[in-house]
Design a protein around this ligand. Structure first.
Ligand SMILES: [Zn+2]
Length: 227
């Protein structure tokens, strides 16, 4: 049965034929890993990371410890979302430091990274080059201009597009045809939409059947999770 793979979501529901990677922000206030695993026991997949929005210097050590323990769980497929955000007021150098710690952890564990990046694409690309990161890096919720998209593609990032595709005038809608199919993912993130609707609109943009699109995304998914 072909699946609608949702590479990054904060939604709690499950869709028919859906496979979701549910995001856990271990440093989000009130986060409790046990609670998630109680609700989401079997057959669920997760990503887990320290989100730049909730960074607190005194909690990073503990957060990394929780993260490292959590990542031993086979259901947690990816590290993140983690990354860089120029809009929040948290010190940017500190954000970089915590991001790099998570990249090194992902490399050690051989798990892909799911990345939050706001107005920091040159730095993101520079970090990938400088550290010579080998695990797949997925930029989630991409909704930026074609030039940045091209740079990311050229530097072997995967691009995940989401609800912005439902708006024909968005940057994501302009970028979707320029992302090579073998570097593309789709997601719902925290938006109130279905992953099947994102697949439907993407299949129209690309002139592909839903089944072919599902298969292409599934192939990318197999590739990144078998590293
Ligand atoms: Zn998210």
């Amino acid at each position: 049965m072909p699946l609608f793979i949702d590479i990054h979501t904060h939604q709690l529901t499950v869709e028919e034929n859906g496979l979701r990677i549910h995001n856990l922000a271990v440093n989000q206030p009130g986060f409790c890993a046990d609670e998630y695993f109680r609700i989401y026991h079997t057959e669920r997949f997760f990503s887990a990371g320290i989100h730049p929005w909730f960074l607190q210097r005194e909690l990073v050590g503990k957060g990394m410890e929780i993260l490292e323990n959590l990542l031993e769980n086979q259901q947690i497929l990816m590290v993140g979302e983690c990354g860089l955000d120029r809009i929040v007021s948290i010190d940017f150098e500190f954000q970089k430091e915590v991001f790099i710690r998570q990249i090194l952890l992902a490399e050690k564990l051989q798990k892909p990274l799911i990345i939050h990046c706001v107005r920091a694409f040159p730095e993101l690309i520079a970090i990938k080059k400088r550290l010579n990161v080998k695990v797949p890096m997925i930029v989630h919720g991409f909704n930026n201009n074609l030039q940045i998209c091209e740079q990311l593609v050229k530097n072997q990032f995967y691009i995940s597009l989401g609800a912005a595709l439902l708006n024909p005038g968005s940057n994501a809608s302009k970028a979707v045809c320029t992302v090579p199919l073998n570097q593309l993912f789709l997601e719902t993130d925290d938006k109130n939409c279905t992953i099947s609707s994102i697949f439907a609109v993407t299949s129209e943009y690309l002139g592909l059947s839903i089944e072919d699109l599902q298969e292409a995304i599934a192939q990318n998914f197999r590739k990144i999770t078998e590293i």
